[in-house]
Design a protein around this ligand. Structure first.
Ligand SMILES: C[S@@+](CC[C@H](N)C(=O)[O-])C[C@H]1O[C@@H](n2cnc3c(N)ncnc32)[C@H](O)[C@@H]1O
Length: 227
């Protein structure tokens, strides 16, 4: 039975697992990948969680890499507050910042970053490039980002099938949620294809995106700051 969904942020946590294929593994995979990177793999590395939302990646980072110095950034006060509640006493050891990544100090010098389901929320009108450029600027050269996002299918032929499969996934997960909770998550996204993502990350100062996993249209990539 699907759990009842409320209109608050606890509703967000319940709904994403039924809405997003592989959501329960995204944070775990993302942290494991970053922890294996040359810079963020070092003890005590400084790691940015960009768009931390309700804290899924933070929980996983604390579990896998308690030595990391974590910075949690999100412009939404409600999201940050939900993440802080979720972490409980562990929240005190993190740097919290209510802001966009674009507003961060360019000299931050992070060894690595996680960006899970954030880029897809930004329109491709300069906003995606501004976000990615800011991510690149606040990383040390060679620093990596694990970027997870909703993508546009590679072949137009697949678009309908992927959309139908996504609905099938939601039905099978017994997703029950009010429209006002689902609509921002399903209609408020701006997916791009791989060619456009590659152009954007290159323009921002990253190497080509290397795909590391995929579940339907949700894909994970490793990006590395070029120099
Ligand atoms: C769909 S939620 C994903 C949250 C979390 N990463 C997860 O996977 O559950 C997107 C989050 O990105 C945040 N966000 C949107 N634009 C941002 C920006 N420019 N910089 C940092 N965070 C941003 C939103 O406030 C929201 O909390």
């Amino acid at each position: 039975m699907a759990a009842p969904i409320g209109g608050d942020l606890s509703g967000y946590d319940l709904v994403v697992e039924s809405l997003i294929p592989g959501y329960a593994s995204l944070a775990r995979l993302g942290v494991a990948l970053l922890a294996a990177s040359p810079l963020a793999g070092r003890a005590g590395a400084q790691v940015l969680v960009a768009g931390c939302g309700t804290g899924a990646e933070l929980v996983e980072a604390l579990a896998q890499r308690p030595d990391w110095q974590l910075s949690a950034v999100d412009p939404s006060a409600a999201m940050l507050s939900a993440a802080q509640q979720r972490l409980g006493t562990a929240a005190a050891g993190l740097n919290w910042r209510q802001s966009t990544v674009e507003e961060l100090d360019a000299e931050a010098g992070f060894d690595g970053a996680l960006s899970v389901l954030v880029l897809q929320t930004l329109p491709d009108d300069g906003s995606k490039l501004a976000f990615l450029s800011a991510l690149a600027r606040c990383l040390r050269p060679g620093g990596q980002v694990v970027l997870v996002d909703l993508m546009r299918p590679a072949l137009p032929l697949l678009e309908e099938q992927m959309a139908e499969a996504w609905l099938g996934f939601q039905r099978a997960s017994e997703l029950q949620a009010p429209r006002e909770l689902l609509e921002p998550l399903t209609h408020g996204s701006h997916p791009v294809g791989l060619a456009r993502l590659t152009a954007l990350v290159n323009a921002a100062g990253f190497t080509d995106p290397a795909r590391v996993f995929q579940a339907l249209d949700y894909e994970g990539f490793l990006l590395q700051r070029s120099s």
